[in-house]
Each structure stands twice: as C-alpha cells, then as structure tokens.
Unconditional design. Sequence first.
Length: 327
Amino acid sequence: MSLAVQIRQHGGPEELHLVDVAVGEPGPGEIRIRHHAIGLNVIDVYHRTGLYPLSMPATIGMEAAGVVEAVGEGVTHLQVGDRAAYASQPPGAYCEVRVMPAKCVCKLPDAISFETGAAMMLKGLTAQYLLKKTRPVEGLQPGDHVLFHAAAGGVGLIACQWAKALGLQLIATAGTDAKCQLALANGAAHAINYATEDFAARVKEITGGKGVKVVYDSVGKDTWDKSLDCLRPFGLMASFGNASGPVAPFAPGALGAKGSLYVTRQTLFSHIATRESTQAMADDLFAVVASGQVKIHIDQRYPLAEVQQAHRDLEARKTTGSTILTL
C-alpha cells in the first residue's frame, strides 16, 4: 500500500485528498519506485482544474526522485537500488510508491540529492529544451537578448543561470521588485516588474529599439500581445504555459505585420518522447548542475499531507524557485 494524493473531480485545492492505494508489480517496460521527494509544478494545477482533463479518480504530479524497488521485463538502464529521478507521463507522482513507465526515469548522479532531483527534472529539462532546442530561425549567439517571463519561478531561475552560462543577455520579467532582484541575482542581465512597468517599452529601451530574438512565455493570456511587440523581425514567440489563462485566438496576419514572426507552442513531453532524447537532455542538465553553473533553488517545502496549501500558494504566485513535497 502507498499514500497518494487523488482527485475525484476537477476543481480547487480542496479536491486533493490523501488516500491509501494498492501498488502492484511492474510490468514490461515499467519500474516500481519509492519516492524520497516530489516536485510541485504549474502543470499539476492544470491537471487538477481540468485545463488538461484527466480520467477520474486521478493521482496527479509529474516529477519526483527516489529509489528503484523493482524492475519489469525489458528495462535495462535501471536496476533495483538505483537512485533515480524523472519528469514523466502519466501523472501520478504525488505518492509514496508507484509503478510507472521506465522510459523517462533516469539514474540520479550521487552528487545530486533526492530533493534537488525532485525539484529540477521537469523544470530543468524544460529550461534545457527552451534554450538549446527552441531557437529563432536566425539562431542564438552570445550577446543576444532573449525575454523570459515569470523568471523568478522554478523554470525561470534555472533559465536565468543557464542563459548566462551560454552568454545570452536574458531580460527577466516578474510581478514584484523582490522577484526581479532574485532573477538578477541568478544571472538575468535585466529585470522588469510587469506589475508597475510597460515591459514592451522597457524591452525596446534595453535593446536600442531592436527587440529580442525570442520570447519564452509560460504566462499566456496576460503577456501575449505585448510579447509579440517585443520581438525583432523573424523573432520567435515560444509559448510553453498558460499561468494566466489560455491565449485567445489571434489572426496569423498580425505576425506578418509585426515583422514576419514565428510562433510555437512547446511541451516537454514532445522532447522526451524517446528514451534516447530523455537521457541526452538529462545528461546535459546533470552536467550543468554538477558544474555549479546552475544551482537549484528549493524555496518551499511542504509535507505531502499539506498539498492543498502548496497548491494555494502556487496559484497565488507566493512561491519562488522550486517547490517540493516531502515524505
């Protein structure tokens, strides 16, 4: 048996219930893993509310770290006793023990703790595919400006540090002065409080009127229109989340009028669709963390039993950096 957080219907944090569930043996291509720490992510809120609908009852959570307890037929990259971490479909990480597909589970280097592993996989792999794979048609070179919204969050603080290591001039946005200072302390070249400043005007000022090559946007509805105005000709609008709500339909002709812009909607799970791509991305993440170029900030910890409060704080934008649920 395992403690797990389940939802029986989509709704608010009050729908998160701690229950006992039976855990069986892993089948072909699966493992059983006992968690030591679990990551909290905005996608968990999307699953809970029904923005991304799930069949009921559902256990949510996409990210965790722990020890492999059993290995199913055909799994060769993991063994019983291995320290491991993952960001993976299907949802189900909010529990003590689970059986899950092994494909996206990676051995966790000894130098990286379980808490850090649980805090960094989904967010770190997201930063990896954004900065390394989601690039404008003209590419990114050291010295180029990029705009990153919600830069004081878990993905954002990793991206600030990683962008600096790549030589990029990352312009961070956040909703408070304190969060802007946090982004600057983690490698952002500039920071804009979009609650008090017109971020599009400030971006044009910072870039000498040219605009940025790419905007990385997990906010969605509230930042979309002005983000397009921040781009230089042939720039890329890279959407990867909807924290303020889904983007409204827009006329493609506007992209031509604003400089023949490109738009993409990215998801991590397209990038980690194969065992090989997952491992290559994880190796890149592990290396940059082990080198010290990127530090994982765990700014909030909640016992699994306090998951409702964790969700309330995340939705109220009271969190910074990464958040974990402890067991």
